[in-house]
Design a protein around this ligand. Structure first.
Ligand code: ADP
Length: 262
């Protein structure tokens, strides 16, 4: 939005108002079209597992299946699809809550170390299963950010889950953090570094968009909802922070979250 009149029409009375209105409508249209895309993406993502669950249940009910092992496999597939539905609904609700505004968060002085430890604890079993070494590199002095403690853990959990998903066995995922400054304001930079497959350059600035995936089939297969980074981006913005990514394909990715220091 621009409140000042455009150069050249500065003398025309009411020009500023007109400019404001036109841009307003453009923004509204864009917002509306984003909302429509989101609803249609969510519907599409929901339809696939629901259709699969129906088909599997129908086949089971139609029986007779050749023995319990096959029935068990069908039930396992139903469970996997149901888990996917659950994760998607949780992420859609989480994104909607973040977008609804600041008041859903308890913003206070949060020590970074314990939040990192908690996020790592929750992922230990997954890391062992993936054969990826998880570790943290704390700075010499304790660091604090202004954020919501649970949201900080969610941010770290989303980034670390991605690191585990995209790093082959034998690789590493590391969290490090350190104080820095942005325009004279003290900040804490938190880095999640992995040694995995990395992200092709043409995808780098799109991975934060909802449902954007480098390899959609693989992301779904690995349990991704396609919303993890969109949630991270929105949450970080609520705390007046930012998130960025760098990657060298084949050598890994580094996500850097910058939050105001407290
Ligand atoms: P998803 O649920 O698919 O992981 P995200 O929003 O978390 O959704 O991430 C979007 C896409 O970004 C992923 O599908 C993947 O292609 C890419 N990506 C995210 N993190 C990494 C990473 N650490 N290494 C490689 N690719 C990644």
């Amino acid at each position: 939005l621009r409140a000042d009149p455009l150069p050249g029409i500065a003398s025309a009375k009411g020009a500023a108002g007109a400019v404001l209105q036109v841009r307003d409508v453009t923004d509204l249209r864009r917002l509306e079209s984003m909302r429509r895309d989101f609803v249609s993406n969510v519907s599409h993502e929901l339809k696939t597992p629901i259709a699969a669950i129906s088909a599997l249940a129908e086949t089971l009910l139609d029986g007779p299946l050749e023995g319990p092992p096959i029935a068990r496999r069908f039930l396992k597939d139903i469970e996997n699809h149901a888990d996917r539905l659950h994760d998607l609904v949780v992420d859609v609700i989480r994104l909607a809550r973040v977008e609804s505004g600041r008041d859903v968060f308890d913003v206070r002085r949060v020590p970074v170390g314990p939040a990192v430890e908690e996020a790592l604890r929750g992922l230990r079993a997954a890391a062992v299963k993936a054969g990826v070494q998880l570790s943290s590199v704390p700075p010499p002095e304790a660091a604090h950010v202004r954020a919501d403690a649970d949201a900080l853990i969610t941010i770290l959990d989303n980034l670390l889950t991605n690191a585990l998903r995209h790093t082959p066995a034998g690789g590493r995922a590391t969290v490090e953090w350190f104080p820095d400054q942005v325009d004279d304001r003290p900040v804490i930079r938190l880095r999640v570094i992995d040694t995995g497959e990395g992200i092709p350059p043409e995808h780098l600035n799109r991975v934060f968009q909802r449902f954007h995936r480098v390899d959609p089939a693989r992301s779904r297969e690995k349990g991704g909802t396609g919303l993890g980074l969109a949630i991270v981006k929105q949450m970080v913005a609520v705390f007046d922070g930012a998130v960025a990514v760098e990657s060298e394909p084949g050598r890994g990715a580094t996500f850097t979250v910058t939050l105001p220091a407290a």
